[in-house]
Design a protein around this ligand. Sequence first.
Ligand SMILES: Cc1ncc(COP(=O)(O)O)c(C=O)c1O
Length: 404
Amino acid sequence: MATPDASHAFMSASATGAAAPVGVFDLAEAAHAFVLPEGVRYLDTASKGPRLASVLAAGQAALADAIAPWTLSFDAWRAQIEALRALAAATVFAGDSEGVAMVPSAAYGLAIAARQVPLAPGEAVLLLDGQFPSNLLAWQQRCAETGAHLAVARRAPGQDWTAAVLATLEAQPRVRVATLPHAYWRDGSLLDLDRIAPRLQMLVLDLSQSLGVLPVRLDAWRPDFVVSVGHKWLLGPMGLAWLWASPHWRAHGVPFEQHWQARDPGADWNFPVEAPPPFRAGARRFDAGGVADPLRLAMASAALQQLQHWQPARIAARLGALGAAFDEELQAQGAGDWTVPGHAPHLGALRPPAAAMQGVLPWLQRAKVICTHRHGALRIAPYLQLTPEAMRALAREMVAVARG
Ligand SMILES: Cc1ncc(COP(=O)(O)O)c(C=O)c1O
């Protein structure tokens, strides 16, 4: 697999047409690690991560290699898969590579989780009001199949998500499982999983908006499943998402497709008609078909190498400084109440008065500021290509435009 190597930095074409150095960058140099069109201020990591030059180069090299597919032997391909699994585990899953599986989307991983949970009529699945649909639809389906129902946590005015979840647990004693994020996808408001997790029988986490930045406390939270897309804060390609399964589900879980990749057919690759070969060890039974495409493996591997070098805790600190600079400038401009109190260090939202938003939206286009506008708020999800100064300037400009 062609992955960039820090000691052999080479050059690739960037989206601007300029040559960009490729390799593993130190945090102080992080702004130079990305390929973004000239003049764009990209604040949409919560939708898709900015493209690392190393990931672009790895993808291009993998595509070029694919003109001679026979040069990648079956064993070398399997070794790539296992190396990537170990890298993901080392970077974001506390080194637990036996617990990690590769799936095509968060929805796929969450559907696996939902399928395992035993649910009976009268029991409930706790989730948040307005939760991302990939972590809603599978549970609606399971409830329809089993006669269970959803226990929806809704925030009262001034209440945070943690209090809303704990209040829902009080009100609904028959909650069998909670399926939650760490940071709410619309505005980054945080949940205190240290307080919530001990109150639960079963826990499923969709960490698509925090993995790669906020730590996963597997030992403290003892989740059954953890899911995340790979193309946001993990900076990888679409179509390769991550599923971590607890030791119980690695031994007893049932995947919902029967792909040969998840089985161990032995050295002679034998699949007898009488009975299937055993599952591969650990969470590999949940490995989905089609995901381990060499292109995606190469891109995900380059992305995780860079994240491992930067380290999620240091990324969180740097992104926290960007968010703090933005919020401080809003305060200084008298617009402190346009943002969400208690948001994650890396993810927030700006909610100017509704009339003002009408002026802000066309300005975003003119000024090449990229962010998601939904439900009356602009989601602010910067990454390491931005600086605190740039975030302050952005806050000043946005407030000025909103005020006309
Ligand atoms: C919280 C959350 N979960 C999941 C996803 C994506 O899920 P999927 O891979 O199913 O499209 C997103 C964003 O796209 C998200 O914000």
